[in-house]
Design a protein around this ligand. Structure first.
Ligand code: SAM
Length: 281
């Protein structure tokens, strides 16, 4: 049998051959499914949309964690909003200097299902530095001021209970929750299949942050593969890698599957198309 994800106003479809359905449930928030696929291994779906696969999760989770970490001058406290599969937590936990990692995932069933079917992603959720909050990130952030050095928005598409995570109000709350050197990373969809107005998302980010940059990384499981990410900062640009961390990162990147510092520095050199789609030109 086959799984087809339809997107872009139901005019685009991407399919994966499926051996069998390993799990299916309706949580309080969404439908949660796990498929065993021929090409990707296990594949997590939320409301019929691809989220995480065994085959390519490393790309997303490594860039989300190691890009901001490599730039940060201080990285004691990290917040991840969404990210219930645990992959971004796993990557941050590789940095022993980090003191606390808060994971704010609205749907704790995503965490439980990920623990059962994606243990390679959830391996760091029992790290003593990790605290899991089964809460709405949009509300959680309002109570935090000048505390986090890095905040990651690892959410589903800007729809339903995730839509607030792409608003200028939310980005302003993120700005206030960050320390003076703070960095925010977020997934910002696909500009080719621009269903969620990527230009508006970046305009909202620019209303709070003085430095807003973008890059793309290939996510084979996401519609159109060309997946963009935002890097928003109070002080440092995305290519201002912290020289103190150079050797630490050189050692770590030897064990990583996607991230290295050379790729990092090049990733932010954008095409005219990418610049135009996010309102830079
Ligand atoms: N990390 C995966 C990837 O590689 O793209 C997918 C992202 S993760 C599974 C997306 C998570 O965001 C979902 O588990 C969803 O429940 C969560 N989420 C959506 N809106 C949220 C909100 N307002 N607060 C907290 N978590 C939210």
């Amino acid at each position: 049998m086959w799984f087809h994800e339809r997107s872009y106003y139901n005019t685009f479809s991407m399919g994966w051959k499926v051996k069998n359905v390993l799990h299916s449930e309706q949580s309080k928030f969404q439908k949660i499914e796990v498929l065993d696929t021929d090409a990707l291994g296990k594949l997590l779906l939320l409301d019929g949309k691809t989220m995480v696969s065994e085959a390519d999760e490393f790309v997303y989770h490594e860039v989300m964690a190691h890009i901001p970490y490599s730039v940060s001058r201080k990285c004691d406290h990290v917040l991840i909003i969404g990210g219930g599969d645990g992959g971004v937590v796993r990557e941050f936990a590789k940095h022993q200097s980090i003191k606390t990692i808060d994971l704010v995932e609205i749907d704790e069933r995503v965490i439980e299902v990920s623990k059962e079917f994606f243990p390679q992603c959830t391996s760091a959720l029992d790290d003593s530095r990790v605290t899991i909050h089964a809460k709405d990130g949009f509300e959680f952030i309002k109570k935090k001021k000048n505390h986090y050095d890095i905040i990651i928005i690892d959410s589903t598409d800007p729809e339903d209970f995730a839509s607030g995570l792409f608003t200028k109000e939310f980005y302003n709350d993120v700005y206030n929750a960050l320390t003076e050197d703070g960095i925010m990373m977020n997934q910002t969809e696909n500009p080719f299949l621009d269903e969620f107005d990527i230009k508006k998302i970046y305009s909202n980010m620019r209303k709070s942050f003085p430095f807003v940059h973008s890059f793309f990384a290939p996510m084979i499981i996401y519609p159109g593969v060309y997946w963009t990410f935002g890097f928003s900062s109070k002080k440092y640009g995305p290519q201002d890698l912290n020289p103190v961390k150079r050797y630490e990162m050189e050692a770590l990147q030897r064990s990583l599957k996607w991230y290295n510092q050379d790729w990092h520095k090049g990733a932010f050199q954008l095409s005219n198309y990418h610049k135009q789609k996010i309102g830079l030109i």
